[in-house]
Design a protein around this ligand. Structure first.
Ligand code: GAL
Length: 413
């Protein structure tokens, strides 16, 4: 009898544990309208399987504030179940032994075959899957208000000079040509496109190989000269503005264009706008054929045995082809698997999928410096610092190129 009671108590405890375990606590920075709509797709999917979603949003595009919040949680020995993470940050957490092991799900579902190598580099550590890639974004995009483009002559800019002409025409039409939020990560996002516009080889030399000659040379001076030119097209209130408010300016036609990753498309869609009719998506002129990417992933932290089942369910849900399509259609990104049909995607999404495949095939797919996929955080932050100081007029282009080479050298240690 005593044994029976003990067994029953144990079963109840396990069941109780399991009930409690059917919860995922998720730390992320997806707080804008478009981002929240996309996240909802995941939330609903989990909830339909009886998994409760405990939300831990930390606002701030690019995720700097979220990463600070995460450090505090891990230090106190209480990490969330899953955390939005980018590139080198994921590997850093893996190195510290903080992440779990998704191999059981990954091998059952054949992730090795369907998730591209460029993402595996960040999602695996020591032969183990430690994080679940959700999407692939890219940063070398421009989002243009269609009516304002038409008023500015209607020509889609294909070169830097074309771009300057359109920006000048928009200025003459009395709107803010470049809708921008003055935050370091947003300036760095524009800088990805500007550096890439001076050549795929140059981007690689400067940001992937961290070659001091490329970082401090003539082409980099030219890149900063372009940034100084772009600075002349922002409004006087740009400082500190959130990226989604800059998107709203373009949506409303108060701004002509925004240079931003394709999460901006999520804002246009959320506002009911249609690609082609209301807005136009183009690659940053001069970067056609090349892609600077960042992939949002959910890093799965080491959690107690009671929470692991829900964690694995979440990982499996994320990689299902149906979810990959449904989520990315809303988010503005493209699938993290190569076998998801593009049928449900709009023209910008279809272009994003095709561009990614072409760039990968032609050796022109590079990690985004601004979003943690080109170099580790110390180097990324050094780049942020110089780019934002120059954008705010503290450095001329020549001094900025020298400062960039020096700052990266110092960060490399
Ligand atoms: C990026 C992230 C995107 C988007 C953006 C703005 O770092 O990869 O998914 O959320 O920040 O918040």
């Amino acid at each position: 009898m005593r044994k029976l009671l003990a067994t029953t108590a144990m079963t109840l405890a396990i069941l109780g544990g399991a009930a409690q375990a059917a919860e995922v606590e998720v730390l992320h920075w997806w707080t804008s309208g478009g981002e929240a709509a996309a996240l909802d797709v995941l939330k609903k999917k989990l909830e339909s399987q009886g998994v409760t979603w405990k939300d831990m949003p930390v606002a701030g595009g690019g995720g700097e504030a979220a990463m600070t919040a995460l450090r505090a949680r891990v230090t106190s020995g209480n990490p969330p179940t899953a955390v939005q993470g980018l590139g080198f940050d994921i590997q850093d957490w893996a190195k510290q032994g903080a992440l779990g092991d998704l191999n059981a799900v990954a091998s059952k579902e054949g992730w090795d075959k369907t998730i591209p190598e460029a993402l595996q580099k960040f999602a695996k550590y020591d032969g183990k899957w430690i994080s679940a890639p959700v999407n692939v974004h890219s940063t070398n995009w421009i989002w243009i208000n269609k009516a304002q483009l038409d008023k500015a002559g209607g020509k889609i800019p294909a070169t830097w000079d074309d771009l300057v002409k359109v920006l000048d025409a928009m200025k003459a039409n009395g709107i803010t040509p470049l809708a921008h939020g003055g935050q370091a990560w947003q300036e760095a996002t524009i800088f990805d496109g500007v550096v890439l516009s001076l050549g795929a080889d140059f981007y690689k030399a400067a940001f992937i190989d961290l070659d001091p000659k490329a970082l401090g040379g003539d082409k980099m001076i030219e890149a900063f000269t372009r940034m100084a030119k772009l600075r002349t097209y922002v409004d006087k209130d740009f400082s500190g503005r959130d990226w989604n408010l800059a998107s709203a300016m373009v949506i409303e036609g108060k701004g002509g264009m925004q240079m931003m990753g394709d999460w901006a498309k999520g804002e246009f869609l959320k506002a009911g706008k249609k690609p082609g009719a209301d807005f136009v998506c183009i690659r940053f002129p001069g970067t056609q054929g090349a892609v600077t990417f960042n992939s949002d992933q959910f890093m799965m932290f080491k959690v107690g045995a009671d929470k692991q089942a829900a964690q694995l369910t979440m990982a499996s849900d994320i990689e299902s082809p149906e979810f990959q399509s449904a989520f990315n259609v809303v988010k503005g990104s493209v699938p993290a698997r190569t076998d998801v049909p593009d049928t449900a995607f709009d023209d910008c999404g279809k272009k994003g999928i095709a561009d990614l495949a072409d760039a990968a095939k032609n050796g022109k797919l590079f990690g985004s410096m601004a979003h943690g996929h080109a170099a580790p955080a110390a180097i990324k932050n050094a780049v942020y610092d110089v780019v934002t100081r120059q954008f705010n007029g503290e450095l001329d282009p020549k001094a900025a190129a020298k400062a960039l080479a020096d700052a990266v050298a110092a960060a490399k240690g």
